[in-house]
Ligand binder design. Structure first.
Ligand code: G3H
Ligand code: 13P
Ligand code: ZN
Length: 319
């Protein structure tokens, strides 16, 4: 069943975080649904602009609609990840997405407010909720001085003003994470001090953490041993998910880790079976490995085992 992220956030706030997983193809969709059902977790499927144009946006939508039929027990939201204004309107009009992200965080504050406000009005008119972003992820490197690095993090006072002026439903905050497989090149860690300040100014308001793959070292070592070159890859410590959830983070975005599982499975498969060429052979291994990975992640997020209570909550609201 597709629900809005807002409903899922109401159930999760302060207790656990929802896994928000990016997908691009059928095998990822199968592994994602299986893993979430195996671990009895509600979840968020994220579709990026790049995922929409990888084949045709209608292909991915059709896969998700089919998965809803194949896995009728699943409760999930369908979310546009990192949308620009035009893509947000397209997603809103499609009637398929329950949630969109407008990412205007690279603009100056007032321009970010202005663009986000327009998207919020269009989305709310159709019952769709909006994630916005304030602050900038990435680029917080070892050589950047503390004041420069801090300048990219979300300013807690601005966060409250931003939410009040835009009417957005959740806020992606920059608290030290970055996208991709090479995070924390220096000694940086998650800035719980900044997160605490943001929560103090926005009590009860759902916060989102992007760039949250943990880049498991075992995956990296296996990829490198099978011919890859990901030396120095590093991610977020998954044991920090629950402390972040207690401070208002209700959605944690994970994409890179899924790509690492895919890369490891396929590199090892073709290294070990140079005579094989049936794409379904590694595909089957990947779907199983991805499902196991998702179930494990949900344990770390605290979303595992929450499906029955979310189902009851939704039923009670209907009654
Ligand atoms: O934050 C970005 C996501 O990892 C999506 O990546 O734009 O390459 O699909 P993508
Ligand atoms: P990772 O690159 O850490 O997986 O982050 C994904 C993300 O933030 C998608 O919006
Ligand atoms: Zn992101």
């Amino acid at each position: 069943m597709i629900v809005t992220t807002k409903k899922l956030f109401e159930a999760a706030y302060g207790k656990y975080a929802l896994g928000a997983y990016n997908i691009n193809n059928l095998e990822q969709a199968m592994g994602l649904f299986r893993g979430n059902l195996d671990s009895q977790a509600p979840f968020i499927i994220q579709i990026s602009k790049g995922a929409r144009s990888y084949t045709d946006k209608r292909m991915l939508e059709a896969i998700i609609r089919a998965a809803e039929d194949v896995f009728p027990e699943a409760i999930f939201a369908v979310h546009l990840d990192h949308g620009d204004e035009e893509t947000c309107y397209d997603a809103i009009e499609s009637g398929f997405y329950s949630s969109v992200m407008i990412d205007a965080s690279h603009h100056p504050f007032d321009k970010n407010v202005e663009i986000t406000r327009r998207v919020v009005e269009a989305a709310h008119a159709r019952g769709i909720v909006v994630e916005a972003e304030l602050g900038q992820l990435g680029g917080v490197e070892e050589h950047v001085s503390v004041s420069e690095a801090d300048a990219k993090l979300t300013d807690p006072d601005q966060a409250r003003e931003f939410v009040e002026r835009t009417g957005c439903d959740s806020l992606a905050v920059a608290i030290g994470t970055s996208h991709g497989a090479f995070k924390f090149s220096g000694t940086q860690a998650l800035r719980f001090d900044v997160l605490k300040e943001i929560q103090a100014r926005l009590p009860g308001f759902p916060l989102v953490m992007h760039g949250s793959s943990s880049v498991p070292q075992e995956e990296v070592e296996r990829i490198n041993a099978a011919g890859g070159n990901l030396k120095g890859a590093k991610g977020v410590d998954a044991d920090q998910f629950l402390p972040a959830a207690k401070l208002g983070v209700t959605k944690i975005n994970i994409d890179t880790d899924g790509r690492l599982v895919w890369t490891r499975v396929h590199r090892e498969f073709f290294r070990d079976h140079p005579e094989k060429f049936d794409l379904r052979d590694p595909g089957k291994i990947f779907m199983k490995a991805y499902a196991e990975f998702i179930a494990h992640k949900n344990e770390k997020l605290g979303s595992a085992g929450r499906l029955p209570e979310v189902r009851e909550l939704l039923a009670a609201e209907k009654a």
